[in-house]
Design a protein around this ligand. Structure first.
Ligand code: ADP
Ligand code: MG
Ligand code: MG
Length: 379
């Protein structure tokens, strides 16, 4: 509407844009921020992408923006040194405000930022073909590879304990103890499922503490729709950098696999529809390891399969906790929605467990094949 349009144009006036604003329209299918495409009135000037950052999810936007500045600068530097790379299209470019800040904080308390709009690109919510899965793996793998020499401890935890399963389990135990809406009796089966796996699911963090897995700069929200593909369906750019912070590579691999190999919805009610599409798994793994195999340690390669089970487990624990708590965090569309989401994620964990050996073999074989190729090239 008119009022909103005026507001958005007022916000845009704080940024150092070239040319003029012709239109501002709602854009994309993100669930977290409000995203708008800004068309330029001058044909020779760029279009922009305006975002209002969700500061309920991200409690410290200035720190998060510092992370994004550091990471995009690092990526740009690295890409400039790679022959044939196109830094303008392969990394997000923040457009500064008139007083050279990376975001604008409006009087109502909202945070706004502007990126260059990457023309002719699109993102997909669902992976349809192995080619797309391969491109997704390549994009997230390359992202990790280019950031492998950025000291992760330089970055802030934009959401503290985001993929910390031990902490998620503590929060679940707390909710069970409180039982604020009397739902615990109804979920004993799910609680048993969690209990049985609690120890094993903490392995990655334990190995990290023991110094056997390195903390790296990871993306932490590696859904397929956070990769922009070009018109030939080739991966161009990894986007949605709000959760970039120190983490383990198994988190990025695991969350990508969670959202790639299961074509059923995240909250699928019919558990028999939850399956592992092996071809998509294999293709993603090949793309991912093509880019990362050279720098991953043996322990990290071994951690990828456990990561695949860990990420849906974490999501299930979070949904279950919210259900027991009385649905405070996730938006629900019907009374038992969070329980249904938890069950779907736990079913996915089960089918991944059933396929465990096959997935582990694929990872190992792919890794060894790339090692052999690299050794051949050295001769
Ligand atoms: P959310 O956290 O809400 O998912 P995203 O940063 O992923 O927000 O952006 C939402 C959508 O906007 C993306 O899925 C993508 O389609 C589109 N998008 C984001 N950044 C750009 C960009 N620089 N150029 C073109 N499209 C973009
Ligand atoms: Mg997104
Ligand atoms: Mg996001």
């Amino acid at each position: 509407d008119k009022q909103m349009d005026t507001k958005l144009r007022d916000v845009l006036a704080h940024f150092a844009l070239e040319g003029g604003v012709s239109s501002v329209i709602l854009y994309g299918s993100g669930h977290i921020h409000d995203t708008y495409a800004v068309k330029n009135s001058q044909p020779e000037c760029p279009d922009y992408l305006l975002q209002r950052v969700n500061h309920h999810v991200f409690k410290n936007v200035p720190l998060l923006m510092e992370n994004i500045e550091q990471v995009t600068e690092h990526l740009r530097q690295k890409l400039q040194d790679i022959p044939g790379a196109r830094p303008e299209e392969e990394v997000l470019t923040l457009v500064p405000t008139q007083n050279n800040q990376s975001y604008y904080h409006d009087p109502e308390g909202n945070f706004w930022r502007v990126y260059l709009l990457l023309e002719g690109t699109r993102s997909y919510d669902i992976v349809e073909t192995p080619q797309q899965a391969f491109e997704g793996g390549k994009a997230f793998g390359r992202f990790l590879a280019l950031l492998a020499d950025l000291d992760a401890t330089q970055l802030h935890d934009s959401i503290p304990d985001f993929h910390n399963i031990e902490n998620r389990l503590r929060l679940l135990a707390e909710a069970v103890k409180q039982d604020p809406v009397g739902r615990v009796a109804q979920v004993s089966k799910e609680l048993g499922f969690v209990q049985q796996r609690a120890e094993e699911m903490s392995t990655i963090r334990r190995l990290g503490r023991e110094g056997k897995l390195p903390l790296r700069t990871t993306h932490n929200d590696t859904k397929f729709n956070n990769v922009l593909l070009d018109k030939y369906d080739k991966a161009l750019c990894v986007i949605d950098l709000d959760t970039v912070m120190p983490g383990y590579v198994a988190y990025d691999f695991g969350d990508a696999i969670r959202t790639t190999v299961n074509k059923a919805a995240e909250d699928e009610a019919d558990l028999s529809k939850i399956k592992v599409d092996y071809d998509l798994f294999k293709a993603f793994t090949e793309g991912f390891l093509q880019e990362t195999n050279a720098f991953l340690t043996e322990e990290e390669v071994n951690s990828l399969e456990p990561g695949v089970r860990l990420l849906p487990f974490i999501m299930g624990v979070r949904f279950l906790t919210d259900y027991i708590d009385g649905d405070n965090y996730y938006k629900i569309h019907f009374p038992e929605h969070n329980l249904q989401r938890a069950r779907a994620q736990f079913r996915l964990v089960e089918v991944l467990e059933e396929n465990r050996e096959r997935l582990q073999n694929t990872i190992q074989k792919t890794s060894q094949a790339y090692k052999a190729v690299a050794a051949e090239q050295l001769r």
